[in-house]
Design a protein around this ligand. Structure first.
Ligand code: AMP
Length: 187
């Protein structure tokens, strides 16, 4: 099964993606991780994207799309992809559909983890106490939340019209979210 986990920063996409990777013996496709790796290795791509990444801005579609191709055509990973953080723009959503169809694949399920700003603020407050994070971190997260909701709205509209789209309350406890997703997947 190929699955997209969609939702704002702080919704728990990564956590749920990792859970599904184990449960379904699949592979996590996190464009955020892939981009951070390019920066770490100081590649040409890394040099191009570092400023946008540091400012919490999206990286150009062309760059993100190109990083994805290798994974989608990997025979070991066919129909075992859990997308986390991709697609984030309409262009990326259409690109994904096109490369998947070139490799005779499709998206089986899209999950939108919906979390409102109040819940995110509560989570940040909790983390601030537990992990001694600063207010700067909290402000960055909130800024990224606003950008995400604004820029990804067309992507949400695009997927929400499809039959395989499911909205899940992302403010629930982690285990309850996983359970809800599994119920829908019937796994
Ligand atoms: P994430 O780890 O998914 O929260 O992503 C961290 C950062 O990587 C984002 O703030 C963006 O700068 C960049 N990024 C990750 N995925 C994408 C994507 N699909 N399109 C554009 N930028 C992305």
């Amino acid at each position: 099964m190929n699955i997209i986990i969609f939702g704002p920063p702080g919704a728990g996409k990564g956590t749920q993606a990792k859970h599904l990777v184990k449960k379904l013996e699949s592979f996590q496709v996190s464009t955020g991780d892939m981009l951070r790796e390019e920066i770490k290795k100081d590649t040409e791509i890394g040099k191009k994207i570092i400023n946008n990444m540091n400012d919490g801005k999206f990286v150009d579609d062309d760059i993100v799309n190109s990083l994805l191709e290798k994974i989608i055509f990997d025979p070991l990973k066919i129909n075992k992809l859990i997308f986390d953080g991709y697609p984030r723009t309409l262009n990326q959503a259409k690109n994904l559909e096109s490369i998947l169809s070139k490799s005779n694949q499709k998206i089986h399920f899209v999950f939108f983890l919906n979390v409102n700003k109040e819940s995110i603020i509560k989570r940040i407050e909790k983390r601030k106490i537990l992990e001694k994070r600063s207010d700067d971190d909290a402000n960055t997260i909130l800024k990224r939340y606003d950008t995400y909701m604004e820029v990804t709205r067309p992507v949400l509209d695009y997927y929400s019209k499809k039959q395989n789209f499911h909205e899940v309350d992302g403010s629930m406890e982690i285990n309850d979210i996983s359970q809800k997703i599994e119920e829908i997947l019937k796994v």
